[in-house]
Design a protein around this ligand. Sequence first.
Ligand code: KMT
Ligand code: NI
Length: 197
Amino acid sequence: MTLELSPGVEPGDASSQAMEAWYMDDSEEDQREPHRLVPNQPVSPDRLRELGVFHWKLNADIYETDPELELIRKEQGYSYMDIISIHKDTLANYEEKLKMFFEEHLHLDDEIRYILDGQAYFDVRDKEERWIRIAMTKGDLITLPAGIYHRFTLDRTNYTKAMRLFVGEPVWKAYNRPADDFDIRQKYVASLQDPGA
Ligand code: KMT
Ligand code: NI
């Protein structure tokens, strides 16, 4: 039997447990607050997939020996990995980095993050440029497509530990918005109009 691990689409098993996502309000309060609309306006995994955002739920307690993680890495070609602990006592230039992570930006490659401990938010723009907030908790592995505008923040708990995965040698370079002239951006925008492209 071949094990096909499609991100989050098999009903009934652990990998289908959806992350919670919602449209954000535009209030000026702290970025670490949830910023939900009232009433809350949830965003489904299908909607996220249309934006090219994929998700798996894994058992982070066994990440060092997890066959499911191994299989995903193999199938997706995630040869590189490291672990980043984001907390004021563990991350050099903590404040500065958090500020950087929260600037709206894109990358020329997919951003792949697996939350091993704690929690955090990834915000992504939808097709109409509205911010969607994705609540990441322990066990969530997410992939953001190259060219999507996004940002990252800790939540009120001020701590997360994440695995960073990458295809080949990692490139962390972020291009702050506006970065619309990159081919990868134009490709991404085109893929939103025609999801089959
Ligand atoms: C990025 O580029 O948005 C990040 O690397 C976010 C921090 S890593 C959990
Ligand atoms: Ni990024």
